[in-house]
Design a protein around this ligand. Structure first.
Ligand code: BES
Ligand code: ZN
Length: 849
């Protein structure tokens, strides 16, 4: 039972726990509806925690017995936990509780997925397993005994004794309860081995359901690469004899970094060329790296409290993006990360859910695993590294590991190591952690007598709870190009600290063209009155790949906005500039494919809103369609040649080279489909030997309205593969025509394979509906109503996934009165649902404002 009247928790209220947990012993007697958990925990008074109130968290637990130092006690029990009188000195707490994993549909705590037991404890799930001080600053050494008739019994740390029907595990590294994990089931493993830099052999395993063992090889290689990379780049070595990864089908998130026993959503680890797209492979590689990197940034050094979440998540996202950059190339990774930031974090930061990278209050912490904490949190680290330089960054991080190993830390600890190694004062920089909202950076330029100056001004619009904003430190990377395209001033870092600031470059022989915010050196909205000619020049000549892409992106966006608002014709100068790039076979195909991407519908809606225009989703959709058709026709001659150039003849490999070719080739296929009605797509669909080509062809056929047979064939071929069927469900909704999207989603909920309690399947249908901008917002509001109905239904089973998906409504105030009223109505209907979870209540309340 969750709190009836949700309480708000404040960062400023932090106090240490009154007790130290010296040691934890847990015994699990597994049974689907009556698992017994026996705990024996040694406590002692915490000299740093003045409050001697002995409180243990516990939710949905049946207490069978409890004792202190062997004497039975009768604690006072509330829906949140228990209280008890305890001795003044050290004591041993023992308890036995009963829980029901089979009926646990929230997928938090100990639950069952396809007959297998597994756990998810972050952030506050351990309290659903036993009574415990479930807070990240309480760290202890765990010994676990599992009893159950399952061939595989796993927990954290190193394996201990085992026998028929039981196994023991010991984790020597003190950890908070949120990193606890247990898995039991009929699983098979894909084994591997890794020798660490000091020569220690580590046993590796990926555990999966029988039948999935053929989909583990790629994940295993990604794991080994991650282990090596963390040694080489951060000097971090693995610290146990064994590292286990388990794939589960029912999982709220992507994956979880439990010490020595990572648990993954099967979609985030299982891969094969026939069933996974290139994008799936890339994501799997990144997520395996991410969870592995947490072993140091998160586990060895953890968070003092959940307000410090970005300490581990922002840093670990930053680390996994460095890893992907090293594995796959910098340019496209940066472009993808920036698109992601703009599509997911900017809307959050510019709407009712806006919050700082380090929030100061919450009701339900699960609602703060956000794009802001993760992606903006990673951007903040990137800025810090830019400001202090690579060498100082490496020194500071080494000091962080050295100084804080084994501790539960804060953002202050993190910044302190940078201040100590560089002597810099980071107090202004710290505003990035406390101020919410996306800064707008305006720039104007001036040239006279060989001196070129850039005049910048920054402002951050008000966000909920924060009306007055202070100037932030902005690292602005700039390069100057001469009119013939030579770089006259190479990338230079300008450090802006004031609301208005001017920077000068002298000794120039002519007026340069500036390439500003290279590499997207700060997460801001750059406002620059550059001419189309200047942008076209940067598109053709910029030496910074991100800014080159950005120039094309800005031209595309402005051209589309003009088409939407004034019915303008497509910008042919931009298309001609792009064509020159596309024809340049010396350019990386992956980069060229990125150049083909157009701003998303939601991004365009936001851009219109920023310009004071109420977005009309159908008009946005129509303009994009018009542009895509226009582009295909204009480039008709170029397409066959590009298609040929991007054909891959070697056996499938998800490496950067092939991925780029397929990405460009699939971009070409979509253009061809607009000219040939689907003939090329049908051919590609029929002959594809990998999912990347097959799915792109299916998408093209859906667009062409010629997919009936292909959808049936795809269904029949893949009906037994859960992950491929998620694609089948998702694509049909994501690509449905606006007037058909809600209907399509509804029809799919009636399909026998629509298992709404499985988060992947639920997201396949409803995440795709929300992502289908014109479809979700189609006049009449059928999309809103359908999503609200299903969120209300899901909330009773799985609050966490429900709450996250409420964000589909976050931008409701952007739209016209009619749409606003319909979305408000949908939100109020959710809000008014009896017994609505704390998670969803908080989200809809904040969104309604
Ligand atoms: N620690 C999180 C998983 C998590 C999040 C557990 C929220 C409980 C509540 C994990 O490290 C993580 O961040 N996973 C991401 C993927 C990652 C590559 C950003 C996820 O699951 O989406
Ligand atoms: Zn993480």
């Amino acid at each position: 039972m969750k709190d009836a009247a949700p309480q708000t928790i404040y960062l400023s209220d932090y106090t240490p726990y009154g007790f130290v947990v010296e040691e934890v012993h847990l015994t699990f007697r597994l049974s689907p509806t009556a698992t017994r958990v026996l705990s024996r925990i040694r406590f002692s008074p915490n000299p740093e925690g003045p409050d001697r109130d002995f409180f243990l968290h516990g939710e949905d637990l049946a207490l069978i017995s409890a004792s202190i130092d062997g004497t039975p006690v009768q604690p006072e029990i509330t829906p949140q936990g228990l209280r008890c009188d305890v001795p003044d000195g050290p004591f041993v707490w023992e308890a036995e509780v009963e829980i029901s994993p089979e009926t646990n549909t929230a997928l938090e705590g100990l639950y069952m997925s396809n007959g297998m037991y597994c756990t998810q404890c972050e952030a506050e799930g351990f309290r659903k397993i036993t009574y415990y001080p479930d807070r990240p600053d309480v760290m202890s050494v765990f010994t676990v005994r599992i009893e159950g008739p399952h061939p595989v019994l796993l927990s954290n740390g190193n394996p201990g004794a085992s026998g028929d029907g039981w196994a023991e595990w010991h984790d020597p590294w003190p950890k908070p309860a949120y990193l606890f994990a247990l898995v039991a089931g009929d699983l098979v493993n894909h084994p591997g081995q890794f020798t660490t830099m000091s020569g220690k052999k580590v046993e590796l395993n990926i555990w999966v359901r029988p039948g999935d063992e053929g989909k583990c090889a790629f994940g295993m290689e990604a794991l080994k690469k991650s282990m090596r990379w963390d040694e080489e780049v951060y000097g971090r070595e693995y610290d146990l004899d064994i590292f286990n990864i388990v794939a589960v089908d029912d999982f709220n998130m992507g994956a979880m970094e439990n010490k020595g026993l990572n648990i993954f959503n099967s979609s985030a680890v299982l891969a094969s060329p026939e069933t996974s797209t290139d994008a799936n492979f890339e994501r799997i590689e990144a997520i395996i790296a991410h969870e592995y990197f947490h072993n140091w940034t998160g586990n060895r050094i953890t968070c003092r409290d959940w307000f410090q979440l970005c300490l581990k998540e922002g840093l670990t996202v930053y680390r996994d993006s460095q890893f992907t950059t090293d594995m796959r190339g910098a340019a496209v990774k940066r472009i993808n990360d920036v698109s992601d930031l703009r599509n997911r974090q900017f809307p959050e930061d510019q709407g009712p859910l806006s919050h700082p990278v380090r929030p100061e209050s919450f009701q339900e912490i699960n609602n703060f695993y956000t794009a802001t904490v993760y992606e903006k949190g990673a951007e903040v680290i990137g800025m810090l590294k830019r400001l202090v330089g690579d060498e100082a960054y490496a020194k500071a991080v080494a000091l962080y590991f050295d100084r804080h190993d084994g501790q539960a830390c804060t953002i202050e600890d993190w910044l302190q190591v940078f201040e100590d190694t560089t002597g810099r004062d980071l107090s202004q920089f710290k505003r990035w952690y406390s101020q919410s909202g996306t800064p707008r950076l305006r720039v104007s330029e001036h040239y006279e007598d060989g001196t070129y100056s850039l005049q910048f001004s920054q402002t951050t619009p008000p966000t909920p709870g924060q009306n007055d904003k202070q100037p932030q430190v902005l690292p602005i990377e700039v390069g100057l190009l001469s009119p013939n395209g030579d770089e006259v001033v190479p990338t230079t870092l300008l450090e802006m600290t004031k609301a208005e600031q001017r920077f000068e470059f002298t000794g120039l022989s002519s007026k340069p063209v500036a390439s500003i915010l290279r590499g997207f050196s700060a997460p801001v909205v750059l406002e620059r009155d550059s001419s189309r000619e200047e942008r076209a020049f940067l598109l053709a000549h910029d030496t910074d790949p991100f800014c080159r892409w950005e120039a094309g992106n800005a031209l595309a966006r402005d051209g589309l906005l003009a088409m939407i608002t004034d019915g303008a014709a497509p910008d042919t100068a931009w298309l001609d500039g792009l064509e020159t790039l596309l024809r340049d076979s010396a350019l990386d195909p992956d980069f060229r494919a990125s150049m083909l991407d157009l701003p998303g519908q939601s991004e365009l809606a936001q851009a219109l809103h920023e310009r004071g225009v109420t977005p009309d989703p159908q008009a946005i959709y129509d303009a994009l369609e018009r542009l895509k058709m226009f582009r295909a026709e204009r480039w008709a001659d170029l397409l066959p040649q590009l298609a040929k150039e991007t054909r891959v003849t070697e056996p499938y490999a998800p490496d950067a080279d092939q991925v780029g070719k397929r990405a460009l080739g699939n971009g070409v296929l979509h253009m061809l489909t607009r000219l040939d009605g689907g003939a090329a797509a049908q051919k590609q669909f029929d002959s594809a030997d990998n999912m990347t080509l097959q799915l792109a062809a299916l998408a093209a056929l859906i667009w062409a309205g010629e997919a009936d047979a292909a959808l049936r064939a795809f269904h029949d071929r893949w009906q037994h593969d859960r992950l491929v069927m998620d694609k089948w469900f998702g694509l049909q909704v994501a690509l449905a025509r606006p007037d058909r999207a809600a209907e399509q989603a509804k029809a799919l909920t009636e399909h026998p394979k629509f298992d709404w309690k499985n988060p992947n399947r639920f997201r396949a249908v409803f995440g795709s509906l929300a992502a289908n901008h014109a479809g979700f917002h189609y006049e009449g509001g059928a999309g809103y109503d359908l999503l609200a109905d299903w969120l209300i239904r899901l909330d009773a089973k799985n609050p966490q996934t429900t709450a996250r998906m409420c964000a589909a409504f976050q931008a409701w105030r952007r739209y016209d009165d009619g749409r606003q009223a319909r979305m408000r109505n949908a939100l109020q209907r959710i809000a008014g649902t009896p017994a609505l979870s704390r998670d969803t209540t908080e989200m809809v309340t904040r969104i309604l404002g």
